[in-house]
Design a protein around this ligand. Sequence first.
Ligand SMILES: Nc1nc2c(ncn2[C@@H]2O[C@H](COP(=O)(O)OP(=O)(O)OP(=O)(O)O)[C@@H](O)[C@H]2O)c(=O)[nH]1
Ligand SMILES: *[C@@H]1O[C@H](CO)[C@@H](O)[C@H](O)[C@H]1NC(C)=O
Length: 427
Amino acid sequence: MKYSIHIFSLILCLFQSGSLEAPPNRRYLLYDCNPGEGFNLRRDVYLRIANLLQSIRSDKKCKNDDWVLVLPPWGRIGYHWKERGMEQSRIKWSTFFDVESLNKYIPVMEYEDYIEEVGEPMIEEVWYLQGYAEGWTSGEWVEKIHERPCIDTLAYESGRDGKFRGWFWGYEETYAKKFKCVSVQGMAKILVGPLCGGNTTAKSVMLDRGESVLHDMFGGINYWKCRRSMVFSEALRKEADKFRMENLDSNDEKDKTVMPRDWRDHKCTEDALGGPYIALHYRRKDFLHVRKEGVPSILRVAEQLNQLMKKYKVKKVFVASDGTKEEMEELKSLVPGMVMYTPTKEKLKALKMGGVAIIDQIICSHAKYFIGSKESTFSFRIQEEREIMCFQKDTTFNRFCGDAETSDCEQPTRWKIVWKSDSEIWD
Ligand SMILES: Nc1nc2c(ncn2[C@@H]2O[C@H](COP(=O)(O)OP(=O)(O)OP(=O)(O)O)[C@@H](O)[C@H]2O)c(=O)[nH]1
Ligand SMILES: *[C@@H]1O[C@H](CO)[C@@H](O)[C@H](O)[C@H]1NC(C)=O
């Protein structure tokens, strides 16, 4: 009796450790971005590539293939995630996002599951997306795509074994069998033809510099469907909710921001109210140099925050910022009602830069009134989150004017959600 149980669990074990069975017509789309791109722009590139996958899956030429998107692990991306002494590589998407929710829009998988399914850390082809060496020749913008010689120095090198090595998210064993440069000018959809039998029969293709292609339809139905599927991970939502509850007297029932378990079931039937606080995303650091005119001084911000708190009859203002400790202390001295999310060292290590950024974004997105920073993708993502939760436009698309600007400076524009069906938009 005892024996048979052991043998049984041994067999089970063998089954579980062997590589997972993939359907025979499975094909994998992988992608990455320029290492300099930050977290919030990368979230935008996900939408473009996810919708490319969606187009591939609904294209007749590809109907015999079962394409899946492999999620590029997070790491020390951009200029901001380089914190010393913090382990930040090979971070799974599930650390930040609810992968089950992503899967309700298109099939996705984590990179490590890909390796397991394929049986080795190998990608058949890497296509390095680039522009055209000659630029725009005719002056007229036309969509085009061609295999071309590489313009930049190679980011991938082939070794004596004929394998291409490069940056694969810190997975040093990973290699590619083939590498080429592809000049492209156009929307993501332009890749459907070449990927669907036109130029390759490879089972796995990675598009590097994925940010080179544009949205098929910015703000269209698929843009928003895909955006809504990017639900944050449960752990991060819980942490943010706990903070709202304990520090801002805010919870979803009271604030009318309850979201269904399945994002596909959500509709805007009434406006969200938000918690009894206003929120500010105050982007500083490099913006103090590169976007100087759009960044208001601490003094000016303090004045306006105090006015807004009166106007909205609240005692608290939540501030998310990449400013220094000194800058934030100065602001706090002028705005006593100011609250920030400041994790302990240990917690920061566990959450990583991305987790803290998301928690800040969740708290900002639940405020009664939100003010962002000019041209910050970090602020854009908060505005989208509020659009999705059915906040009124004028509580969401705001920014403070820079000190040298007039007080009627241009405000951010709204990205309107379209709830209609695809065909109605295209007709
Ligand atoms: N926690 C937190 N981090 C922030 C905040 N503002 C900026 N950051 C950090 O700085 C980075 C800057 O934004 P990124 O999204 O990386 O870069 P980006 O896409 O160029 O965004 P912008 O430069 O804001 O347009 C974020 O990823 C965060 O790590 C903030 O309010 N809170
Ligand atoms: C696809 O193949 C055609 C014909 O060989 C070639 O002209 C074109 O540049 C290729 N495109 C891509 C994206 O590889």
